[in-house]
Write a protein that binds this ligand. Structure first.
Ligand SMILES: Cc1cc2nc3c(=O)[nH]c(=O)nc-3n(C[C@H](O)[C@H](O)[C@H](O)COP(=O)(O)O)c2cc1C
Length: 220
């Protein structure tokens, strides 16, 4: 990095509805890089269609997104800034109208109406995060950050209150973090050695008890 200033991930809701990058967000992010940030991180980009958390969210769940992401990575890097994508799945915080039905969560969740993921679906989530990291690499990004904070899907797995699973993804602290370790191992295995990998965690507020839905709007 040319300096220690890093742009925090900031949801800009400017993508096209299919998750494809728009000119507006290309301009917004490359302007940050031009402004001098040593590292420029994108907004949270969702790794599965059902994990969409906001209208106009950037997608990285399909190869159709690679073209726009490649343009973005090249644009950021042309200003000498490192380019990082934040990988995200909103889990039970996905609005029903955005994902066309009940959102998903580690286990059934009454308040949000989310349904619990089957064992096979958890494996698919792991694969979706790894495949998204591979797309980011292919698009020319220097690395990814896994969004494990703010009460989204990974954070929901870590929570003893929300995660009521009785398989290897629930129960003990180690089991609740198992999904994260599988994703990290997969990214390490399938992306190049110097591909950067970070994890965002919430040390407080979201760590064990998730906020009431009425308060969700206050915390991205
Ligand atoms: C409009 C807005 C969008 C945000 N989007 C994201 C996001 O996509 N991913 C994320 O991890 N944090 C997101 N955050 C949180 C920021 O990364 C940051 O942690 C927060 O703004 C606190 O830092 P600050 O005190 O410097 O503003 C967002 C915050 C704001 C205000």
């Amino acid at each position: 990095m040319k300096n220690r200033f890093m742009l925090a991930p900031l949801t800009n809701t400017q993508s096209h509805e299919d998750g494809v990058l728009s000119d507006e967000e290309f301009r917004w992010l490359t302007m940050r890089a031009r402004g001098g940030f040593g590292l420029t991180m994108t907004c949270a980009a969702h790794v599965q269609a059902i994990g969409k958390g906001f209208p106009g969210q950037l997608g990285i769940w399909s190869d159709d997104h690679i073209e726009g992401l490649s343009r973005l990575a090249a644009g950021i890097k042309s200003h000498g800034s490192l380019a990082i994508v934040q990988l995200h799945h909103a889990g039970m915080r996905s609005p029903k109208e955005l994902v066309g039905g009940a959102p998903v969560a580690p286990s059934d969740h009454h308040e949000s109406g989310a349904r619990g993921l089957s064992h096979g679906e958890v494996k698919q989530v792991v694969e979706a995060f790894i495949a998204a990291a591979e797309r980011a690499e292919k698009a020319g990004f220097d690395g990814v950050e896994l969004h494990g904070a703010h009460g989204y899907l990974l954070c929901q797995f870590f929570s003893a209150e929300v995660n009521r699973r009785d398989d290897e993804y629930g129960g003990s602290l180690a089991n609740r973090y198992q999904i994260l370790f599988e994703i990290i191992s997969g990214v390490r295995l399938r992306c190049r050695e110097d591909f950067m990998l970070g994890v965002r965690l919430s040390p407080e507020r979201f760590a064990s008890v998730l906020p009431k839905p009425s308060r969700w709007r206050n915390g991205l």
